[in-house]
Design a protein. Structure first.
Length: 363
């Protein structure tokens, strides 16, 4: 299989990159291990905030946004290869993908890594009991599979995702009996915290010694509250939000540098302002380039797709490309400053360190 651009990952950033590259006339193959494109958007029904200017409808839910992105790529030479995982690269640069039954080879002039992020667990005694779910798994159950796995739940960890999923769980008929956070302060924005309070959810920060108990499934959550008192909450479900970390395993195949940046999710690829990594003709986009918001995920995909098209000679006017990239970086700044100002500042530092050769690599 021959193409100009191979995109590894068919989530929002991969689809945005495919659209931007495809509309310049490039042939694109999107490799995704899932059977459907859209990534995590397919089970998110909350309205997505701060979408890029290319979306005239700014009130799209996650699954509506996934549908819109898939619709955008339809007119172009973009081939989805779903159910396949990226497994290796041959000496001549040929990419290998496999679906468990067959291996296919792809010859691409450029690669865009849009592998997204993985959920991190929070470990405590009893965390593997039936009834314990990651926050993403809970979204899949209630939004995509239309399954309500229990009547009461305790959420452990706090982020903007905690707030979103708490609302969705309540709408599905699940009573949130508490949100527990080990840190002294909740790890979410003031507006998210206020929203949790409006939902009348008991909040516990600065807790310790969390443990889940039950005969064959979760029945109780025990913890020591911030004031030192032992607390116990009866619950059928535990929903764990340990945060996200970029998926960077493709680094060990493609050979690009990794750079440590705790504000962007710890180890992430080194890249310049074009989202070009240290590997020739390999770009990165989305949460794989640093954990961020939905709007910023899309914008990084647009920049990566633009840069890949530029690298393949699809733009004769360099000034036009430079102006478009600058416009999207300005939009990225606006979106990320609204989401978390430390994220955008960390991204600028990350790019600057790579462009000036001051990179702390993974040993």
């Amino acid at each position: 299989m021959d193409c100009d651009v191979c995109i590894i990952g068919g989530g929002p950033s991969g689809l945005a990159a495919a659209w931007q590259a495809g509309k310049t006339g490039l042939s694109v193959i999107i490799v995704d291990e899932n059977q459907m494109l859209g990534g995590q958007l397919k089970q998110q029904r909350q309205p997505i905030q701060n979408l890029p200017d290319i979306f005239t409808n700014q009130q799209l839910t996650g699954f509506e946004l996934a549908h819109e992105l898939i619709h955008l790529i339809e007119p172009y030479d973009i081939k989805p290869l779903t159910g396949f995982s990226f497994i290796g690269v041959e000496a001549d640069g040929t990419i290998g993908v496999n679906n468990g039954r067959e291996t296919r080879k792809i010859r691409a002039k450029c690669i865009i890594v849009a592998t997204g992020a993985a959920e991190e667990p929070i470990l405590f005694p009893g965390w593997t009991l039936p009834g314990s779910f990651s926050i993403g798994a809970m979204q899949i159950l209630i939004n995509r599979e239309k399954i309500v796995p229990g009547r009461t739940a305790v959420m452990i960890g706090s982020s903007s995702r905690t707030c979103q999923v708490a609302s969705e769980m309540q709408q599905a008929g699940i009573i949130i009996a508490g949100v527990i956070e080990e840190k002294a302060k909740f790890d979410c924005s003031p507006s998210d915290l206020q929203h949790l309070k409006k939902l009348n959810i008991p909040l516990f920060a600065g807790v310790s010694k969390i443990r889940a108990e039950g005969e064959e499934e979760v029945e109780n959550i025990h913890f020591k509250a911030g004031d030192g008192k032992e607390q116990s909450i009866n619950t059928e479900l535990v929903c764990i939000d340990g945060g996200l970390s970029p998926v960077v395993e493709s680094n060990f195949i493609l050979g690009y540098q990794l750079q440590f940046n705790s504000d962007l999710g710890n180890w992430i690829p080194s890249y310049d302002s074009c989202f070009h990594t240290s590997a020739p003709n390999v770009f990165v986009a989305g949460n794989a380039a640093g954990i961020t918001s939905h709007g910023a995920i899309l914008i990084t995909g647009l920049i990566a797709g633009l840069s890949a098209a530029e690298a393949l000679g699809k733009y004769s006017n360099k000034e036009t490309v430079s102006k478009q990239r600058k416009k999207w970086w300005n939009e990225l700044k606006t979106v990320e400053m609204a989401y978390d100002s430390t994220v955008y500042q960390a991204r600028i530092q990350h790019v600057s360190q790579f462009e000036h050769g001051k990179v702390k690599q993974m040993s």
